[in-house]
Design a protein around this ligand. Structure first.
Ligand code: MN
Length: 151
């Protein structure tokens, strides 16, 4: 129930309404998982029973994740710039603002910026009921990133 404060501003009692969440500091992507400069902002990290994970991720030109997979899959939605994504064994795919990409559970892949553009995407995934959210492997080599290993 809302109350009227003396200044005429509505005061909400906790639990009455949705709350604006505390802002987490922007964090640098760790060098063992990310090549180049990548920064992420946590948009949502659900508390049990919710297992939702949502991050806004900003890649500088040429920056990319290492090879990895997500236990319950992942959806990426590009909001800015130009990027690249590749599933293991597949072609490198150029991605643009408005594109939505899904990686199936356990599918090894990487994502990153194009060589000459920043790229921002919203990454959405869920933690599994048990076990790690993601498995991480080797860095994407320059040859892999440039598609020079696909001859
Ligand atoms: Mn991923």
């Amino acid at each position: 129930m809302s109350q009227q404060a003396t200044g005429g501003t509505a005061v909400r009692e906790k639990g009455d309404e949705v709350d604006i969440q505390p802002k987490q500091p922007t964090a640098k992507g760790p060098a063992d998982l990310i090549a180049g400069d990548v920064w992420f902002d946590v948009t949502a990290k659900g508390e049990q029973p919710s297992r939702i994970r949502v991050n806004a991720v900003r890649f500088s030109p040429g920056a990319r994740t290492a090879w990895h997979s997500h236990a319950v899959g992942q959806t990426l939605h590009v909001t800015e710039g130009r990027g690249l994504v590749q599933a293991r064994g597949g072609e490198i795919v150029a991605i643009r603002p408005g594109d939505t990409i899904h990686a199936a559970p356990g599918e090894w892949h990487w994502h990153g910026a194009a060589l000459d553009h920043f790229m921002t995407h919203i990454a959405m995934w869920e933690a599994p009921a048990e076990g790690p959210e993601s498995d991480w492997g080797a860095h994407v080599t320059d040859a892999e990133y440039l598609g020079q290993d696909q001859e």
